[in-house]
Design a protein around this ligand. Structure first.
Ligand SMILES: NC(=O)c1ccc[n+]([C@@H]2O[C@H](COP(=O)([O-])OP(=O)(O)OC[C@H]3O[C@@H](n4cnc5c(N)ncnc54)[C@H](O)[C@@H]3O)[C@@H](O)[C@H]2O)c1
Length: 252
């Protein structure tokens, strides 16, 4: 690794496993200090221990304002400031809309949408104090192109794209960049609800073979480099983008 993030102070949510953990590992490997925020305390403590002294875990419920505020304030204090907020926590609930509970819809939007607003709201004063910053949001291919059973999830991830664009324009005068990452199928247990809705693992494999030009799912490690790029000064002229990393699906 080449120190591309030397001195960067980063808070990342949803980073105790899979995509977020790979991103946190890559941040540390490139020289950053990282605070991981997640609701899963035992996995979070284990991840922080595994990643070493440059990492601290703080428990958070990203859908709750007091909890997000505490994460950002305590995180920025431990880091000595804040350069990057990476918002990766998310949930997926699948199902036909006629059967979809209002409470499930609200819970989905609480984690996938309200959390992005809350994180940005509380991080912006710290990023402004740093003189520049990067907010990395996590959307999805589903936010650009939906599928059966995914209407609620797609709506939540589409909201992240719209929020990203508008916030980027609002914060450009402060030299704070805002971008979203839009992964396609990534091989994690996160997709279990969608796979069950499709009819199981073999139905998912058939769909991926038919749909994905590269013919396979991504690994979490294939998503992490985009987090590093957006966190680093290499992306200093990139803002208001929702970047697909989907094996070619969106443009196929
Ligand atoms: N796996 C995929 O195919 C895929 C595709 C596109 C986008 N994504 C997005 O990538 C992100 C990470 O997904 P993943 O596949 O690594 O799954 P994951 O389940 O490992 O990651 C989600 C994380 O969010 C945390 N989380 C959930 N609700 C929370 C809350 N209220 N407060 C705090 N933390 C909370 C979970 O504990 C978990 O660590 C998600 O935002 C997801 O929507 C995933």
């Amino acid at each position: 690794m080449t120190g591309r993030l030397n001195g960067k102070r980063i808070i990342i949510t949803g980073a105790v496993a899979n995509i977020g953990k790979e991103a946190a590992m890559s941040f540390v490997a490139e020289g950053a200090c990282v605070v991981i925020g997640d609701r899963d305390e035992s996995a979070g403590m284990a991840a922080a221990k595994e990643l070493g002294d440059a990492v601290r875990f703080l428990k958070v419920d990203v859908s709750d304002e007091a909890s997000v505020s505490a994460l950002i304030e305590e995180g920025a204090e431990w880091l000595g400031g804040l350069d990057v907020l990476a918002q990766n926590a998310g949930v997926q609930f699948s199902g036909n809309i006629v059967d979809f509970d209002v409470a499930r819809w609200d819970a989905l939007f609480g984690v996938n949408v309200r959390a992005h607003f809350l994180g940005a709201k509380h991080a912006i004063p710290h990023l402004k104090a740093s003189g520049k910053g990067s907010i990395i949001n996590t959307s999805s291919l589903a936010g650009k192109r939906g599928g059966p059973g995914l209407a609620a999830y797609s709506a939540s991830k589409g909201a992240v794209i719209a929020f990203t664009t508008a916030l980027a324009l609002e914060l450009a005068p402060d030299n704070i960049r805002v971008n979203a990452i839009c992964p396609g199928w990534v091989d994690t247990a996160f997709n279990r609800p969608a796979i069950d809705f499709m009819g199981g693992q073999s139905a998912q494999e058939a769909k991926i073979a038919a749909l994905v030009p590269l013919g396979r799912q991504a690994s979490s490690a294939e998503i992490a480099p985009l987090f590093v790029y957006l966190a680093s000064d290499e992306s200093s002229y990139m803002t208001a983008q929702s970047i697909g990393i989907d094996g070619g699906v969106y443009n196929s």
